[in-house]
Write a new protein. Structure first.
Ligand code: NAD
Length: 302
């Protein structure tokens, strides 16, 4: 293998250690810890597993954590009232509503009801606007793009003046990461191109990239011949392509594949993220960082 592996699992550990130390320090100096509430409506197994992981991580770093489970048939008005309650709760710095919500609830209305200063997912239009302005305006960058940028920085990849090509234009990955990489500042100042399903020469654009960020949701979309020699390749895709029995637990687990043909790509790239174990572990990590930041903003430490 010629490419250096950028391990999200290792970087996650580094960042969680840093967060734990900072939480302990703030607790000692100010008598406060970050408070995070996770609101889960219904009992979808996938949502339960995401929420459980978020709660476990919040406990690990020393947060005050509230798990607020609500029945599938909760009314939209009651859910909005619950959010208002946490908006006004001084011990809570971050409010998370696990998506998807049941069909009778307008998820946009619910997400927009969260106080932007407690919107640690960074999906509220106010935070999307702050991200677009950049610099000091940014409070909570959305977690997956923030994780991608942090990985690039910690892997020591130069972004200033780099050609960055982002495959995908979703609101949660493609558009925000492109916006972040184009700003002036740490891990950015790049020349950015976004490519998507309407792009004419996908391969041609990808081949120009010093940093190629792929978030399309198509297994093995990016071929080795689309990659410039020595490029940094960040594979955001998580595609379930089958099932297997876990050697650890003996239980059935999904076989996951990224959007990049990893085995071939690693022979061309300079550095590359694996799937799983790449971008995946970074999302919850950055959620913890945003919640810590929220408390720091409140205490005037940022
Ligand atoms: P999405 O479906 O909302 O957007 C995909 C984008 O890719 C679209 O803008 C589309 O135009 C583009 N696209 C799709 N097929 C293409 C093709 N053949 N050529 C060019 N462009 C194409 O998806 P998303 O929410 O941005 O997620 C993308 C992938 O990243 C998924 O596999 C998802 O599971 C994964 N993901 C991972 C994490 C994580 O690891 N934490 C977080 C979010 C998303």
């Amino acid at each position: 293998m010629s490419a250096k592996l950028i391990s999200g699992t290792e970087i996650r550990e580094e960042i969680l250690e840093e967060i734990t130390a900072e939480v302990a320090e703030i607790k000692e100096k100010h008598g406060k810890v970050p408070g995070l509430v996770t609101i889960l409506v219904g009992a979808s197994p996938a949502s339960i597993s995401y929420v459980t992981l978020k709660i476990k991580t919040a406990h690990r770093v020393g947060f005050h954590e509230i798990q607020d489970d609500q029945p599938e048939d909760i009314s939209e008005a009651d859910l909005l009232a619950l959010i208002e309650k946490y908006n006004n709760d001084d011990s809570i710095n971050g409010i998370l509503v696990q998506l998807p919500l049941p069909k009778h609830i307008d998820d946009k209305k619910v997400l927009n009801a969260i106080d932007p200063d407690k919107d640690v997912d960074g999906f509220h239009p106010v935070n999307v606007g702050r991200l677009m302005i950049g610099g000091d305006e940014v409070k909570f960058p959305p977690c997956t793009p923030a994780g991608i940028q942090e990985m690039i920085v910690r892997a020591g990849v130069e972004t200033k003046g780099a050609e960055v090509v982002v495959v995908g234009r979703s609101n949660i990955v493609g558009k925000p990461i492109a916006n972040m990489m184009v700003q002036k500042g740490r891990g950015a100042n790049a020349t950015v191109t976004i490519v998507h399903t309407g792009t004419k020469d996908l391969a041609g654009h990808c081949k120009r990239a010093d940093i190629l960020i792929v978030a399309a949701g198509v297994p093995d979309l990016v071929k080795p011949e689309w990659i410039k020699k020595g490029a940094c390749v960040i594979d955001v895709g998580v595609n379930r392509v089958g099932e297997k029995i876990s050697e650890k637990t003996g239980k059935k687990i999904a076989i996951l594949k990224g959007d990049v043909d990893f085995d071939a790509a690693k022979e061309v790239a300079g550095s590359i993220t694996p799937v799983p174990g790449g971008v995946g572990p970074m999302t919850i990590t950055m959620l913890m960082l945003n919640t810590l930041k929220s408390l720091k903003f409140k205490l005037g430490l940022m």
